[in-house]
Design a protein around this ligand. Sequence first.
Ligand code: GCW
Length: 681
Amino acid sequence: MLLRKIALCSGALLACATLARAEDGSRLWLRFEEAAQREAESKKFTSNRESPTVAVALSELRRCWRGKPVALTLDENLRSLKDGYRIAGDAQAVTITAGQEAGLLYGVYHLLRLQATGGEVANPRAEEIPSYDRRILNHWDNLDGSIERGYAGRSLWRWDELPAALSPRYEAYARANASIGVNGTVLNNVNANPKMLTREYLLKVKALADVFRPYGLTVYLSVNFAAPKAIGGLPTADPLNREVAGWWSAKAKEIYGLIPDFGGFLVKANSEGQSGPQDYGRTHADGANMLADALKPHGGIVMWRAFVYNPTKEDRAKQAYQEFVPLDGQFRDNVIIQIKNGPVDFQPREPFSPLFGALRRTQEMVELQITQEYLGHSKQLVYLAPLFEEVLQSDTYSDGQGSTVAKITNGALRPAKVTAIAGVANTGSDVSWCGHHFAQANWYAFGRLAWNVNLTSEQLADEWIRMTFTANPRFVAPVKDLMMTSRETCVSYMTPYGLHHIFTHSFNHHYGPGPWDNIPGGRHDWMPWYYHNADSAGVGFDRSAAGSNAVAQYFPPLREIYGDPDRCPENLLLWFHHVPWTRALKNGLSLWDNLCYRYNEGVQKVREYGKTWDSMEPYVDAQRFREVQSKLKVHAADALIWKDACLLYFQTFSGLPIPANVEPPVHTLDELKRRELIPIE
Ligand code: GCW
């Protein structure tokens, strides 16, 4: 009797402890209520295979699944499923069938997602085959623990403690990724430290790979092209030099000796000061192929970045295309060209990169940016899935109508040996992982879209809100609306109508506005004026046939559409054209008036978000409520600075009045120029 009482008490304590657990965001979207299965019930979950991955899948079911018994069935003949799964339920049980172990785990997370979002759990039925083979996070993490463009604290990887000490966060990270289908991670910055490839660091990498493996998460590394010189003692890193190639082959062998399922290399070469094959008069293909040959015997791939540009007279937006199109067909079949979504650099809005579809005999992948380098860091609430969706569903017309970026890159239109998609991660040591509770949604959406490129940003917002906060419709509807409009709002107060790269350059933090910035002696292609070209005649970058003719890099009919200011979509107008201030847009108002209204609208919307959030207090735990609330205040103040800065600055060229029904600037241009507006995190 006494024993029973003790058992009851401790059970109650446990329940209380669960309830009282602070909602600090650390659990991400994985806030499954613990089902607290009793020992006997664990027999409800079976599998025809034993392995570390299956063990994770079973333990997730035991911890969290409240439905019928589940049987996991691995059938290696089911190759067409890739690492996807089938789910079928009958009166007695649910069966998850997969061709690979990871598929079983993904199937389990599918069930748990259904349970958490109020989906059909009694008789679930699904067949899911992932859109991309490799769904990869790119960490721009440095070996000293800092993160380039990271706004969520320090790096998750504690290099100084590894391999001896394993932070519990490593496993939590792998679990979070598995739950959304991410199956690869590039651990280090593309501006790569050669030390990463030393034995000392490879042992640390192996320790992480061992933690990640049961979750289906494969490790990749960014490599420094000059590594044979920097750490290999060779006099050159020339890719056509036999000793250099031999060094890379030996290095690949060493890596696979430690990490048999190692994914491959990511390379930033001859870009922004990184070394590369061109240092030796060789091409990107020479460089990529040499690395590809080293990895080939082990099954590894090379993701070679197309983010290359130099301060020449040529329009920066044209340079990647010019560099890579002549090399089409020269790359090995384990090379894939990793292309940023837009031709410049992760702006709030860009057209898609004209390279998509242009490389007909070379594999291409998309690089998206999850970390909000140009979209308000972790201070602003900007849900990026609409941006990702816009890019992936853009029609390149490369193979006729309907040749979307998604179809070009996922093998739907062109056969590919390997398909992949990458997102630059926004995670860090912050308790809430991403620095802003809503930034978690961007990680979530990236993974889910990489899994199924046809999911809509709205569906994903819905899922994420229900899992991360609550399914209460009074919360879901307004918060979803806020998320869904937030990216366009950011475009409104930062860079409407195709403006781009007008961020302050002085401090290189890419947060606040600095359209006036002109650093003497600085690279012209890093200066805001290079991109906006404002003068008394108008504003915008002329990329039409009369200008840089970047439009010619797009397939017809896009080149004609983009090239004609009357047909160019207005949301890209100033990307492609230098437009008179007084030119009437479709609504009959002048460009100048429209700019004023858009900047103003952006500010008003962020203020509305603040009010909406204030009214959400009854539905949210206190800590997350307060933290989001205070971020929204900063967001509103900074949106106002953007509006005042851009309107006052552009007004010095337009000479036109700000319409009376636009909130008048509260700052002065001199004041805005004098002080560094927004401190770095
Ligand atoms: O967007 C720019 C960033 C750099 C980054 C570079 C790249 C990792 O400002 O910080 O370097 O792009 O993508 O290589």
